[in-house]
Design a protein. Structure first.
Length: 525
């Protein structure tokens, strides 16, 4: 018999069954996101005990139990968004350009949308409100605010971050963009055909295909490694050296210059000569584009392209250990791989992807204002700068004021936010403001660094308060392993009224161990 339980009964049963506290909110989450079906019994919501048992036997159910065991029963599994696929968390313009340290748009929506979650009792913001993100990054809060009918102001110290953020939310003449992309792509194709690297790369690929099929057949090669019939550490250096002779012969045949003459800037150190020539050629074409909004999107496409064309191994894309100027054994793919000698395929791919994402967002965007301002959030005069950049929005903001904040401040000593886009600063000539970053990687996580960080975040909040309405709400996403946010709240004249402990399931780091972050809800004292 399929026994039905009320949400309260299910909470009590699951707590007993699993030997840990399962709240009514946990059960409501399972219903809301279709993990288990909702039934009605005597006008009361009920669920199937059998379905509940099956869920806790499933992968996500077991993962939830394991993570609660490691991270605590206060884990808010509703904020795991474990029902989403990657294409959902990187939807439309959110993936116009890579960016380390950003949160997923669904997390923003959970707190700023006034009707997203029937089980979330409080509604913090309303349509037409203005929210602030003083650490705008790649503009996730602004984009999601637009989609939900809420105005948003972003602030960021990085000129490149401001470019990314504003490019995402600016209305684009997609027909004009398409035309410019087609023109530049055609010119790039002609430019490449005039050079030797196309013929060189085509012959190199043929040689690689033949060599890898012979010495690194799939899946036979990996099977032999598992069976210890091949000792990888001994076998691969020999084969890598063997193929390098083929590589050098082809290089001599085509008289191809691979390394740049200088090794001082990021662009000189991490890009091969043929790639650098193509980058400079496309950059020259961008300067001829008259439509400013189109030009900014093309700049984003080029930046995204060159980020994927750095001369490094496939396994070291995130860490950039040392430049690679010839073929190498790739542990990630289990064969001999090569560095990139042309940007064309990535430029073409990202151009098409960008058009598709802009169209998707165009169908979702609302008639609201968003603008990211370049400046130091500790002291920027938000309304004055906004009035210069967008007079209409500036007037609205002065009259209405800001209802609250949703942001993810930099973590202490985790990321150098300028350095992650060093190639863009080199190519586009943006002014770097590394010394004004709060909590940069180079300062570490020591006591002094933590103290400076506390002062910096507090100054940001104190500066923002003068532009905010009474009874404002502040949401900060943080991994507060040093327990410094209570100090920040105190120094900002605020108090922490709620904390939401969120499991982070899909991390990009190699370390996939159980990990959580806190969403702090602050209000004025």
């Amino acid at each position: 018999m399929n026994q039905l339980l009320t949400i309260k009964e299910a909470s009590l049963w699951a707590s007993s069954h699993l030997g840990k506290n399962i709240t009514t909110s946990n059960i409501s989450y399972l219903i809301q996101y279709g993990k288990i079906r909702k039934y009605r019994e005597n006008g009361i919501t009920a669920i199937s005990k059998t379905e509940l048992i099956n869920y806790y036997k499933s992968f996500n159910g077991q993962r939830e139990s394991i993570w609660r065991e490691k991270l605590g029963d206060d884990l808010n599994w509703a904020l795991s968004f474990d029902h989403l696929k990657e294409k959902d968390t990187t939807k439309h313009v959110h993936r116009l350009h890579p960016y380390k340290g950003k949160f997923i748009p669904q997390l923003v929506a959970y707190f700023i949308d006034n009707h997203i979650d029937d089980f979330k009792k409080e509604k913090f913001f309303q349509n037409g409100d203005i929210i602030l993100d003083p650490f705008s990054g790649s503009g996730t809060t602004m984009v999601q605010a637009n989609e939900l009918g809420i105005h948003a102001i972003g602030v960021d110290i990085s000129a490149f971050n401001v470019l990314i953020s504003n490019a995402k939310i600016t209305r684009i003449d997609i027909q004009n963009l398409n035309s410019e992309i087609h023109k530049i792509t055609s010119l790039l194709r002609e430019f490449i055909l005039k050079n030797k690297n196309t013929a060189f790369e085509n012959e190199l690929l043929k040689e690689l295909n033949f060599f890898n099929k012979k010495y690194f057949p799939s899946p036979g090669y990996k099977i032999k490694i598992r069976k210890k019939e091949i000792i990888e550490a001994q076998y691969t250096p020999i084969k890598e050296k063997e193929f390098s002779q083929i590589f050098y012969k082809l290089q001599n045949k085509y008289q191809l210059k691979i390394e740049q003459d200088k090794n001082e800037t990021f662009l000189e150190r991490w890009y091969l000569e043929p790639v650098r020539r193509e980058i400079d050629f496309v950059f020259e074409q961008l300067q001829k584009v008259e439509n400013l909004a189109t030009k900014k999107i093309l700049t984003i496409i080029l930046s995204r392209t060159i980020r994927s064309c750095r001369a490094t191994t496939h396994a070291d894309l995130a860490t950039l250990k040392h430049p690679v100027t010839k073929t190498y054994y790739c542990r990630k793919h289990g064969k001999i791989c090569k560095p990139l000698f042309s940007i064309f395929s990535w430029w073409n791919r990202y151009s098409k992807d960008t058009i598709k994402r802009l169209y998707e967002f165009e169908n979702l965007r609302t008639n609201t204002h968003q603008k990211c301002l370049q400046g130091d959030a500790r002291n920027i005069n938000i309304f004055d700068v906004l009035s210069v950049k967008d007079p209409e929005f500036g007037e609205l903001a002065k009259n209405k004021k800001i209802a609250g904040i949703f942001s993810s401040p930099p973590y202490v000593g985790m990321i150098d936010y300028h350095e992650q886009h060093a190639y863009a600063y080199d190519l586009f000539g943006f002014k770097r403001n590394d010394t004004l970053e709060i909590g940069p990687l180079c300062k570490g996580q020591g006591k002094a660094a933590r103290g400076t960080y506390v002062d910096g975040i507090s100054q940001v909040l104190n500066n923002a308060r003068q532009y905010m309405q009474d009874n404002f709400d502040v949401f900060f996403v943080a991994n507060d392993k040093f327990n410094i946010y209570p100090i920040i709240a105190e120094k900002s004249g605020m108090k922490i009224v709620s904390q939401y402990k969120r499991p982070v399931l899909n991390r990009t780091e190699k370390d996939k161990s159980a990990y959580s972050e806190i969403i702090f809800h602050l209000k004025e004292k």
